[in-house]
Design a protein around this ligand. Structure first.
Ligand SMILES: [Zn+2]
Ligand SMILES: [Zn+2]
Length: 307
C-alpha cells in the first residue's frame, strides 16, 4: 500500500485507470502543484511503492536519455548546423547510430534491471521521502548544486584512473570507440564503467541522505535527469554561440569533452572545467603548448637561480 497520501480518498476506487486516478487527485488535492499532483497520482495508481520507485527511475532514464539524444540525431541530419560541429569532417552514419543504440539499450536493461527492486527499500532505510508536497525549491537547488560539484570530482578521478593501463584496455576503451562523439555515445561504455561512474551520480545523494537525512526522491530524480542531459549534451559534438559554457566559463560542455575524445588524453572532468585547469590536465594542442611553455619558463627560472 502506498504511503504517499494521508487521506484515504483513493481507496474507495476499485482498480481505477491511471487517468481516473489523475482526475481524482487533481480534484481533491488542490493544495498541491501540478508536478506534485502527477507524482502523487503515480504512487497512488501503482499501489506498490517498491515498483513505483523502481519503474519511475527506469522510465525516467529511458525517456529522458533517448528523448535528449533525438534532437542531436536530427541536428546531425541537417547540414545547416555543420558550421557549429566541433569535428565537422565526421558525421555519424545511421549504421553507427543504430549499433550504438543497440549497445546502450542492452547495457541499460542488463545493468538497471536489478536496482528496480532494490532502490525503494534502500531509500526507505535512509529516510528518503516520496511524500507530497515536495521540499522548498531553494533547498532542492542547493542539493542539485552540491551533487553536481561532488559528482564532477568523482568523475574526474575515476575517469583519470580509467585512462591507466589495464583499466583503459579492458574497460574504458569501449567508450573511446568514437573519436568524434555524438549524443547516443554518452552511455556507450563497458558495464563496469557504467556502474563505477554511475556510482558518482547515485552514490552522493545516498551518502547525503545517510549523513543528513531529509532528502526527497523527487530531488534525486531531477538531479539524475539533469546529469543525463549534461552527459548527452557533452557528447553532442556541437558548440553553439549560445552553448552554456560561453556564458558560464567554468561549465565544461561539449567543447571540453569533444577534445577528450579527439585527443584521448586530458579533460577528464564531466560538468566543470576547474579540476582539469588546476591540475593541469587540459586537453588539446593549445593546452599542451601552454603547459610546455610554463614548464620551460619554470626550468629557466630554476636555472637562473642556480647561476
Ligand atoms: Zn576517457
Ligand atoms: Zn565521453
Amino acid at each position: 500500500m502506498t504511503e504517499i497520501f494521508n487521506s484515504t480518498v483513493l481507496e474507495t476506487i476499485q482498480t481505477p485507470s491511471f487517468f481516473k486516478v489523475v482526475e481524482n487527485v487533481f480534484e481533491t488535492q488542490t493544495h498541491l502543484n501540478f508536478v506534485e499532483k502527477l507524482w502523487a497520482s503515480w504512487y497512488a495508481y501503482m499501489q506498490n511503492d517498491v515498483l513505483a520507485t523502481g519503474l519511475l527511475f527506469f522510465l525516467a532514464h529511458e525517456i529522458f536519455y533517448f528523448g535528449r539524444c533525438l534532437p542531436w540525431y536530427i541536428i546531425d541530419k541537417m547540414p545547416y548546423f555543420r558550421k557549429w560541429k566541433i569535428q565537422p569532417t565526421y558525421i555519424p552514419s545511421d549504421k553507427e547510430q543504430w549499433e550504438c543504440l543497440k549497445s546502450v539499450l542492452k547495457s541499460h536493461f542488463l545493468v538497471e534491471v536489478f536496482p528496480i527492486w532494490t532502490f525503494h527499500p534502500l531509500c526507505k532505510s535512509l529516510g528518503i521521502s516520496v511524500a507530497v508536497p515536495f521540499p522548498p525549491v531553494t533547498q532542492m537547488l542547493k542539493e542539485w548544486a552540491l551533487f553536481f560539484v561532488l559528482e564532477d570530482m568523482w568523475h574526474y578521478w575515476a575517469h583519470r584512473l580509467f585512462h591507466y593501463g589495464l583499466f583503459y584496455k579492458y574497460v574504458h576503451k569501449q567508450h573511446h570507440k568514437y573519436a568524434a562523439p555524438f549524443g547516443l555515445t554518452a552511455e556507450y561504455a563497458h558495464p563496469i564503467e557504467v556502474i563505477s561512474l554511475g556510482a558518482g551520480t547515485v552514490g552522493f545523494p545516498i551518502l547525503y541522505a545517510y549523513l543528513y537525512g531529509n532528502l526527497h526522491l523527487f530531488t534525486i530524480t531531477i538531479w539524475v535527469i539533469l546529469r543525463l542531459f549534461q552527459a548527452v549534451d557533452s557528447h553532442s559534438g556541437y558548440d553553439f554561440p549560445w552553448s552554456l559554457h560561453n556564458f558560464v566559463p567554468f561549465w565544461a560542455g561539449a567543447e571540453h569533452h569533444d577534445l577528450h575524445h579527439h585527443y584521448f588524453i586530458g579533460n577528464y572532468a564531466s560538468s566543470f572545467r576547474f579540476w582539469d585547469y588546476y591540475l593541469d590536465t587540459e586537453a588539446g594542442p593549445e593546452a599542451k603548448a601552454e603547459r610546455e611553455a610554463r614548464r620551460k619558463a619554470k626550468a629557466e627560472q630554476a636555472a637562473k637561480k642556480l647561476n
